[in-house]
Design a protein. Structure first.
Length: 117
């Protein structure tokens, strides 16, 4: 597990912290997500996506369906990033963003964390 880059973005008092990791297997991914949950105890959501040559996966982590994990996975697929995990920690600021802005925010953070590669 190797942390490659991070990116932080704020919108309507919600804070999104993106992490890009090089990973080798799904066991490593579970370990990273557990570590992020431990480190960010007050975070509301930690959606993520990963991609290997033969498999891919995503989680919305209780965000509305396909507003978090899917846009993150799309960034991995579009840039053909194999062996990577993008996880985004969200601290809720008290204002609901709505499905469209939420999807765009997760996509933006995933793109920016990739650009810092």
């Amino acid at each position: 597990m190797k942390l490659v880059s991070t990116y932080t973005y704020e919108i309507k008092k919600s804070k999104f912290i993106g992490y890009l990791y090089e990973v080798t297997d799904e066991l490593e991914i579970k370990s990273i997500i557990a570590s992020l949950k431990d480190e960010h105890k007050k975070a509301r959501h930690i959606p993520y996506a990963y991609r290997f040559k033969n498999t891919a996966g995503k989680s919305d982590d209780k965000e509305p369906s396909n507003t978090a994990g899917l846009p993150i996975l799309n960034v991995l697929n579009r840039n053909e990033l194999d062996g990577y995990l993008i996880a985004i920690v969200r601290y809720f600021g008290g204002t609901k963003l709505g499905a469209g802005p939420l999807l765009r925010t997760y996509s933006l953070v995933a793109n920016e964390v990739y650009k810092n590669l």
